[in-house]
Design a protein around this ligand. Structure first.
Ligand code: AP5
Ligand code: ZN
Length: 217
């Protein structure tokens, strides 16, 4: 299956993507995680991305689309993938359509995670990420690790993302409304979108997502 996850910052895309990718046995491709990995490795791409991420703005398309395409090529698009955080504007959505068309492939579904702004602000404020594995995501209140500052899964150090500061979060939300939301209509016109509530327990949201994909195991 080839799936796109859309939703505001803090909606739970990364949390759900890790679970869905595992259940569906497809790779989870997160452009945010790819940028953060490049930043921590000190690559040229990471250096380019960092200033935009710090400011809560989108990294330019010419950097992002190439990186996403390379990762999809590695994943072997034919086997499917779950995209998290890409595409994020109309130019990226059109580029993705072109990439898939060249391979005679298409998307199966776009899941739109819906959650109000007050809740995403709470989710982001309490988020803690694992340095060793970006799919290990915690929350100080909703999903705490047993030992403070340490990942329950792998023992990695937990940290707070640099772009999770309140003023940057506000900018990211603004960018989401102006640049990313239009892709929902773009995909609605292709009949691909299911909107689902991202409220409630993580497992309940996963169930809704699997139901939307016709996978009610
Ligand atoms: P990216 O890393 O993609 O960030 P984002 O889209 O802003 O989303 P987040 O990672 O903040 O949230 P999430 O929805 O994954 O939520 P999570 O599961 O962590 O992008 C960062 C930056 O990179 C961008 O601003 C941009 O600069 C750049 N970038 C990335 N992609 C790009 C692109 N395509 N083009 C250009 N630039 C790009 O959950 C959040 C918290 O809530 C966690 O603490 C979690 O434990 C908790 N939680 C999750 N689910 C629940 C639940 N059901 N109940 C209670 N708590 C929950
Ligand atoms: Zn970990």
């Amino acid at each position: 299956m080839r799936i796109v996850l859309v939703g505001p910052p803090g909606a739970g895309k990364g949390t759900q993507a890790a679970l869905l990718a595992q259940t569906l046995s497809i790779p989870h491709i997160s452009t945010g995680d790819l940028f953060r990995a490049n930043i921590s490795q000190g690559t040229e791409l990471g250096q380019k991305a960092q200033e935009y991420m710090r400011a809560g703005q989108l990294v330019p398309d010419e950097v992002t689309i190439g990186m996403a395409k390379d990762r999809m090529d590695q994943a072997d698009a034919e086997g499917g993938f779950l995209l998290d955080g890409f595409p994020r504007n109309l130019a990226q959505a059109e580029a993705l359509d072109g990439i898939l068309k060249d391979e005679k492939l298409s998307l199966d579904a776009v899941l739109d995670l819906e959650v109000e702004e007050d809740e995403v602000v709470k989710r982001i404020a309490g988020r803690r990420m694992c340095r060793k594995d970006s799919s290990h995501i915690f929350h100080v209140e909703y999903s705490p690790s047993k030992e403070s500052g340490v990942c329950d899964v792998c023992g990695g150090e937990l940290y707070q993302r640099e772009d999770d500061r309140e003023d940057t979060v506000r900018k990211r939300l603004e960018v989401y409304h102006s640049e990313t939301e239009p892709i929902i209509d773009y995909y609605k016109a292709q009949g691909l979108v299911t909107t689902l509530s991202a409220l409630g327990a993580v497992a309940d949201v996963t169930k809704r997502a699997l139901a939307a994909l016709g996978r009610e195991d």
